[in-house]
Every structure is written in C-alpha cells, then in structure tokens.
Write a new protein. Sequence first.
Length: 156
Amino acid sequence: MTIRTPVGPGSLVHRIEAAFEHTSLPLDAEISMPTYDDEGTAAYFRGKTWRGHTARQLRRLDFSLTVMTAEAFAYFLPAYMLADIKQPEDADTISEALLFHLSPNIAANEQRCRRIVTLLSQPQREAVAEYFEHVRQRDGECEEGEFEDALRLLRS
C-alpha cells in the first residue's frame, strides 16, 4: 500500500503544468461536439492554449465541460484544475464538475468519461489523481465513493 504525502498547492500546480506541458491543441473543429448551442465554448477556446485562463472565465464556461469533445476536454483539463487550485472561491463548483465528468459511475456519459482518461498520458493521469486528492482534502464535501471511482479509473 502506497501512502501519499499531501501535496501543497504550489507543488501540485508545477506537477500539473509539467504533465500537460507538451500536449497538442485540438483542431478548432474539434473543440465542441455538434449541438444546437455550445454556449460559446468553441468561440472562447478557439485558438487558445490551456494556459492563462482565470477561474472566473472558466466558471462561466463550466457548461463547456459537457459539450467539449473528449480531445478538447483532455487538452483543456489543466486549465480548469489550475484555476480551481489558484482561485478556489472564483472557481466555485469547477472541482465538482470535473469530478462528475471523470467518475464513470456518476458521469452522464460513461463512454466519454473513459475516452477522456484514455487520452491522458500516465503522468497526466497521476496529476489529475493528485488534483482530486487535493480537492478531497481541501473541500471534503463530495461522497467518498465519487473520489474513489475517479481515482480508480485514473490509476487503472
């Protein structure tokens, strides 16, 4: 059994940045799934990298997590995690939304959830798992099983 030492927010930020440093930006056409209204998702994210977003911007775009393609979700995932770590009050429910989309037993689309995780490299999966451990220690408000569900998938 591995015992993990709690990760400080600064250290976690660096691990996330390092894990996602060399990911490729999805093509513009691949940002959101075809829908009648992506609520500005493609327009906002088109031409942007995962760096430089504020929690306030991403909180307004938390619906984007629902309509992003799996590729775009995997690419922009660090933006949401970093915003939540750096500005948790402005991020508000971002951590809950990420947990929802990355927990196969509660995700609205289990197949999409599993596809997102398969797009992540092992270091990226580890960074996301550490993020969820950070959120669990910081907030402690989600059901234990929800975190375990996501962590099991990320570590499989």
